[in-house]
Design a protein around this ligand. Structure first.
Ligand SMILES: Cc1cc2nc3c(=O)[nH]c(=O)nc-3n(C[C@H](O)[C@H](O)[C@H](O)COP(=O)(O)OP(=O)(O)OC[C@H]3O[C@@H](n4cnc5c(N)ncnc54)[C@H](O)[C@@H]3O)c2cc1C
Length: 429
């Protein structure tokens, strides 16, 4: 009988691991405590808005190679629609200025040399003073590495740091930001935004679940794993769904759960639990709104606006560090709607039919240099246990790409059914 891989958590890291393991010949059981898959990246029917929404806007870039490979593995390579160019329109609501950051195609990133492709008011000197990001040491924050001030700070590094790291530049790890620059921003062909036309669930979750079902995997919802039984340097059983599930000698476990849950199940991981939140406001309108699918905003509380037909959603990353983001819900929604109207040039009289705030308090782990150094590695001291999740040491920020890559890596470390974890690659990453 073939060995079983038990994947705990059906977020993108768990789904990615489960798909790759099923393809490698494992029998797969997925344990998910929630009633649905997707974790922090999910769609759901919202009663107040009367439609299906994503918990929060998610930006994926064309250079996110693990995410694209995951979609291909799930049989849905076209689930995300790529924009024709790496163009990022912005508006500054304080001054009314508008500009487009336009990253050129090709391996030589010459776009910052052209004023028309940089944020308004950012000179060549500011571009040059950003170069030290490329050799930043592991203790440096983005602010320490790039020493940006004025418009270069407010119109480039702050929006990038908030979007990618979910932290302001004064706190965020420069090394992790650099990884993103290398993976995507150096070449416009890799930095094109990818959009989920019918929501995150339809694009990133449902195809993976369907592929797992086709492969005969057993995906259980409402099934929390509450403990691991460890014997002889291996996981010998799982406490799940009120039972002790014994593991065979060739069975393995992938823990793809967020830091606090991981530490509760496997304290040796000592994953950093401090986190940073993300606030999303969703407005439902009577008719579709005209506007770019994605608009960056500075000089306001709003940071990004996503236009999706008659739903307009905006994002405030690192909300715990944004003044006023903790205001009372109705007042905050009114303020954010006023910002949205101004940014999109909508009539003052236009009112949403309904509005909703979704505050994800533990959106990502706090990606400071100190916490990044403490990220747990995928391989553990137990022969048949590996870890996955956006907080694992992938070298990438806590993003969809990081989560999916961690799942891929976990599956690679387990190799073919029956091998010892790590025997396939001999690496902890
Ligand atoms: C509002 C918001 C906006 C974001 N924007 C972006 C973006 O623009 N671009 C981007 O790339 N990333 C973005 N992210 C980050 C991205 O969503 C995450 O990095 C990614 O989804 C994490 O996936 P994961 O599988 O590691 O963890 P999770 O999604 O947290 O999945 C873990 C799963 O494990 C389950 N679980 C936990 N404990 C147990 C247990 N004991 N037993 C069984 N199941 C358990 C949970 O229910 C959950 O389903 C955003 C996140 C948020 C919240």
């Amino acid at each position: 009988m073939t060995a079983t891989a038990h994947v705990v958590g059906a977020g993108l890291a768990g789904l990615s691991a489960a798909l790759a393991l099923a393809q490698a010949g494992w029998r797969v059981t997925v344990w998910e405590m929630a009633r649905q898959a997707g974790g922090r990246c999910r769609s759901y029917e919202d009663a107040k808005l009367g439609c299906r929404i994503d918990n929060g806007n998610h930006l994926v870039l064309s250079g996110n190679r693990s995410t694209l490979a995951y979609l291909a593995r799930a049989g849905a390579p076209d689930a995300l629609v790529m924009a024709p160019a790496a163009r990022f329109p912005f508006v500054d609501l304080a001054s009314g200025e508008r500009w487009v950051v336009h990253i050129n195609d090709g391996p030589l990133p010459w776009w910052p040399l052209r004023a028309s492709r940089r944020p308004a008011g950012v000179g060549l000197g500011a571009v040059l003073s950003s170069l030290p990001l490329l050799w930043a040491d592991r203790d440096a924050t983005i602010a320490e590495a790039v020493r940006a001030s004025g418009p270069a700070h407010a119109r480039f590094w702050e929006p990038m740091s908030l979007a990618v790291m979910n932290l302001p530049p004064a706190l965020a790890s420069a090394r992790l930001m650099r990884a993103t620059v290398f993976e995507a921003w150096r070449d416009g062909r890799l930095a094109r935004p990818m959009f989920a036309a019918h929501g995150l669930g339809a694009a990133l979750v449902d195809p993976a679940l369907a592929a797992l079902r086709r492969a005969g995997a057993d995906v259980r919802f409402g099934a929390q794993v509450r403990g691991l039984r460890v014997e002889g340097g291996r996981v010998a059983g799982l406490a799940a769904a009120g039972e002790d599930i014994p593991l065979g000698p060739r069975d393995a476990v992938v823990l793809a759960v967020p830091p606090a849950r991981l530490n509760a199940l496997f304290p040796a991981a000592r994953a950093p639990e401090e986190s940073s939140s993300i606030l999303n406001a969703h407005f439902r309108l009577a008719a579709p709104v005209a506007g770019p699918p994605l608009l960056g905003v500075t000089g306001a509380r709003t940071q990004w606006i996503f236009v999706k037909g008659e739903v307009v959603s905006l994002t405030i990353s690192a909300a715990g560090f944004v003044e006023g983001a903790d205001a009372e819900e109705e007042a905050l929604l009114a303020l954010l709607w006023a910002e949205t109207r101004a940014a999109l040039g909508l009539a003052d009289s236009l009112r949403p039919l309904a509005a909703r705030l979704v505050h994800e308090r533990r959106a990502t782990f706090l990606q400071t240099p100190a916490n990044v150094r403490r990220r747990a590695r995928a391989l553990t001291g137990l022969a048949n246990l590996v870890l996955a999740g956006d907080h694992i040491a992938t070298g990438l920020p806590a993003t969809i790409e990081g989560a999916v890559r961690s799942g891929e890596t976990a599956a690679r470390l387990l190799g073919r059914p029956g091998a010892e974890a790590g025997a396939a690659s001999g690496s902890g990453r």
